[in-house]
Ligand binder design. Structure first.
Ligand code: UD1
Ligand code: CA
Length: 468
């Protein structure tokens, strides 16, 4: 892909005052993932030699995030450096110098600019060709506050920061995105020559542009009109705006594949969603982790669906909560789930299973055609084909120390309000009378009743209120 060594510097030392939060800015979430997590995943796609994270404010939390992120998302060489105090973007990159290679290029990214795409970065690296300084510049939206690109004819001459710019310079519409690629050797020289002789008294990374022009290295610009890719997060309002823009793009991609989304403004994807043909998604649904929906799946309004696979033609009625966690959950073809159902890790439902309102299923397998339609709990159970599991029945799977399994064989009918105390097996074709507490295995084909016998006392009188 790239025929040169790339070291990536991610600046994440800034305070993020406007977030008004105890959480470091780069750890705030967009689409369910920390801003810094988005940047690290994009960095990883470039197969860098090394990624250097510049931390400062709340460094321990940011470093801990990096350490946690790595095992879950694949190893690459991640180094962290500390910038203390924070004296500007040039000073930030200076801290990374000891970790930078002597040849190849350095790509500078911001930890709070989450939606930059790998393809754009690859193009920027190609513009640099390992020889020139390459800037990602933007002509989109209001440039105020940003560094402006000064050109002579077509050639980039310098960046002037907004606060240092003259009124004429502030009228320039092309601004610096904060992303650049520099040949590593020259970058080190330029960084050593920075001064803080400017309105803010900061070491500006952007001052290296002049140096590149002066020493003949040269500076090129790749101009984008996609403001979203370079948008930074400074406040909760900006975070929300980026979140909605991200979700709109995610919904657009799915709709282009044929998925029917009732309202893209009420659709949230926090992970990876793969859909077959003729999938429909009603309003207010949230998808997390890894979710696969096969052909013809219909998701009702206000469902939360995480880490699961849903088979062809299954219908998930409104307000259903599915979270398969690490073990995942699966729903068979033609199944009917909800409304108000809850599927937890290890729920594996076969074809045409019905799970109705207020039914919870955890670490259980239900074979084809099994039904639990109302107010029930199935935990650590193996349920056979065509089983009917009555309203209010539960598997008592936990003895206070250990979990035990309940086996319900094919064609069993469990009445309402039963307690199946595990470990226990209900033999095939058997029936359990309503209200039974079953503690012993039952014989196939039998009726099992385990409850107090009914007594009716004739002529019994209700107590009456005493007259005073
Ligand atoms: C910088 C650019 C500006 C550009 C803008 C794009 C400079 C001098 N200016 O503006 O031309 O238009 O980005 O967003 O580079 N950071 C540190 N340590 C510091 C200072 C900043 O790690 O000492 C980090 C921040 O956490 C942030 C990034 O660098 O992730 C950019 O800092 P910020 O203050 O937002 O940018 P500006 O300097 O205002
Ligand atoms: Ca600043």
């Amino acid at each position: 892909m790239l025929d040169m060594n790339v070291d990536i510097v991610i600046m994440a030392a800034g305070k993020g005052t406007r977030m008004k939060s105890a959480l470091p800015k780069v750890l705030h979430k967009l689409a369910g993932r920390a801003l810094l997590g988005h940047v690290l995943l994009t960095a990883k796609q470039l197969k860098p030699r090394r990624v250097i994270l510049v931390t400062g404010h709340d460094a321990p939390k940011v470093i801990a995030f990096g350490a946690d992120f790595m095992p879950a998302n694949g190893q690459f060489d991640l180094k962290t450096v500390l910038q203390e105090p924070q004296l500007g973007t040039g000073h930030a990159v200076q801290q990374a110098v000891p970790e930078l290679g002597d040849e190849g290029v350095a790509l500078i990214l911001n930890g709070d600019v989450p939606l930059i795409e790998a393809q754009t970065l690859i193009e920027l690296i190609a513009c640099s060709a390992g020889k020139k300084l390459a800037l990602l510049t933007v002509q989109d939206g209001d440039p105020s506050g940003y560094g402006r690109i000064l050109r002579q004819g077509d050639a980039v001459q310098a960046i002037v920061e907004h606060k240092d710019a003259s009124p004429e310079q502030r009228a320039i519409q092309e601004w610096y995105s904060g992303v650049m690629v520099a040949p590593a050797a020259q970058l080190k020289t330029w960084l050593s020559q920075l001064t803080n002789d400017n309105v803010q008294g900061e070491y500006y990374l952007t001052d290296i542009v002049k140096m590149a022009v002066q020493d003949g290295t040269g500076c090129v610009a790749l101009k984008t009109t996609d403001g979203l890719q370079v948008a930074g997060v400074n406040s909760p309002v900006q975070l929300q705006e980026l979140e909605r823009a991200y979700q709109q793009r995610a919904a657009d991609r799915l709709m282009e594949q044929g998925v029917r989304i009732t309202d893209a403004a009420r659709f949230d994807l926090r992970g990876d969603l793969q859909c077959g043909q003729d999938v429909s998604i009603d309003v207010g649904c949230i998808f997390e982790g890894s979710v696969k929906l096969a052909d013809g799946v219909s998701i009702g309004a206000h469902c939360f669906i995480a880490n699961c696979e849903i088979g062809a033609g299954a219908v998930i009625h409104p307000f259903t909560h599915i979270d398969g966690g690490q073990e995942k959950a699966s729903v068979g073809a033609g199944a009917l789930i909800g409304p108000y159902a809850r599927l937890r890790p290890g729920a594996q439902l076969g074809e045409e299973v019905h799970i109705g309102n207020f039914v919870e299923v955890k670490n259980s397998t239900l074979a084809k055609g099994a039904k639990a339609n109302h107010l029930a709990y199935l935990g650590d159970a193996t349920v056979g084909e065509r089983v009917n599991y009555g309203a209010g029945s539960i598997t008592a799977n936990y003895d206070g120390a250990n979990k035990h399994r309940t086996v319900i064989e094919d064609d069993v009918h469990i009445g309402s309000n039963c307690v199946l105390v595990a470990p226990v097996k209900i033999g095939a074709g058997g029936t359990v009378g309503g209200g039974s507490t079953i503690t012993k295995d039952t014989v196939p084909g039998s009726l099992s009743v385990a409850r107090g016998k009914q007594v009716s006392i004739e002529g019994w009188k209700r107590p009456a209120k005493k007259k005073i």
